[in-house]
Design a protein around this ligand. Structure first.
Ligand SMILES: NC(=O)c1ccc[n+]([C@@H]2O[C@H](COP(=O)([O-])OP(=O)(O)OC[C@H]3O[C@@H](n4cnc5c(N)ncnc54)[C@H](O)[C@@H]3O)[C@@H](O)[C@H]2O)c1
Length: 279
């Protein structure tokens, strides 16, 4: 049966997902609404679609009282951590399945528990795609056997611009002229220092040993042309070493192209792929 999809956030990932639905790269799916606080963002995305005619919203109250929201089976959040904090629970309580891309918001364990409780009492599921990394299936499989998990993220300083780290340290991304280790600590503090760059750390934490027990290193490299993530995991199962070098999206250097592709693949599974490859 065809799934009805609504998208919150009409930026880089929202565009890629909408096009994938519109050109049937995701089968059995129809786009019923687009929501963005910037009205022109949803309207221009809608205009660029050929086969779908979603309703557009710029206000969450209007959205949740609409017939398009009631019709939706799946809501995709591709907006911001603030959007997850403000809307996620209400969406799950409305019996919708929810895909969360702004996984940095899940560094708040109270929010995670609230969402978990809401989902267990209602029909929908919560999906957290692998995003801009690989190997999360393996980390989940060995979760109970892990002794050590570390993520090393290396990005061009431009991709880290806007992070609170720079204000806190009274420095600027442009002043970094050589490869520099900016942060080495747990994933909770990393989420405070680099909230827009911490999605991978949170997915890894949720899959493995939790944010407090996941070591994160953030390296700025002015010569980096890709967003690099390296996972090292050690435990009684052996050792996992994963390296991903992502092409940044042209419209948003903080977002790797792989993140959009991962969201699209997750949606394919949610819309009923009959053969599932991988764990
Ligand atoms: N899980 C991952 O691996 C991963 C990877 C990359 C990006 N992300 C996250 O996914 C999200 C989307 O990324 P993007 O590159 O598409 O961002 P983007 O900046 O290109 O687009 C975000 C859009 O959401 C809208 N928006 C923001 N807050 C909103 C709100 N509260 N309500 C409604 N609309 C709102 C903005 O106006 C914007 O149009 C970001 O939070 C980003 O950090 C996750």
């Amino acid at each position: 049966m065809q799934k009805k999809i609504g998208i919150i956030g009409c930026g880089t990932i929202g565009h890629e997902l909408s096009f994938a639905i519109d050109n049937s790269s995701v089968e059995n799916a129809a786009l019923v609404f687009l929501f963005d606080t910037i009205t022109t963002a949803s309207l221009s995305l809608k205009d660029s679609l050929i086969n779908n005619n979603p309703a557009t919203f710029s206000n969450f109250s209007d959205l949740i009282s609409s017939k398009q929201f009631r019709m939706a089976d799946i809501v995709v959040e591709a907006a911001s951590q603030e959007a997850v904090r403000a809307y996620a629970k209400k969406i799950v309580l409305s019996d919708k399945s929810l895909m969360i891309m702004s996984t940095g918001a899940l560094s708040d364990s109270h929010l995670v528990h609230a969402l978990y409780n809401a989902a267990t009492k209602h029909d929908g599921h919560i999906y957290v795609p692998t995003g801009a990394i690989a190997g999360i299936d393996a980390i989940c499989s060995v979760r109970h056997l892990l002794d050590f998990v570390m993520l090393t993220t290396t990005k061009n300083p431009k991709s880290l611009a806007g992070a609170p780290y720079f204000n806190l340290r009274k420095t600027k991304p442009e002043s970094i002229k050589k490869k520099t280790l900016l942060y080495d600590g747990n994933a909770i503090d990393a989420a405070t220092m680099f909230p827009s760059n911490i999605n991978v750390a949170m997915v890894l934490s949720l899959a493995g040993r939790g944010a407090r027990n996941t070591r994160v290193r953030v390296i700025a490299d002015p010569r980096a042309t890709r967003n690099e993530h390296k996972i090292t995991a050690i435990g009684k199962f052996g050792e996992i070493s994963i390296m991903v070098r992502n092409v940044p999206s042209p419209s948003n250097p903080r977002t790797s192209f792989l993140a959009s592709l991962s969201a699209i693949e997750c949606l394919r599974r949610m819309c009923g792929n009959k053969i599932r490859i991988g764990t």
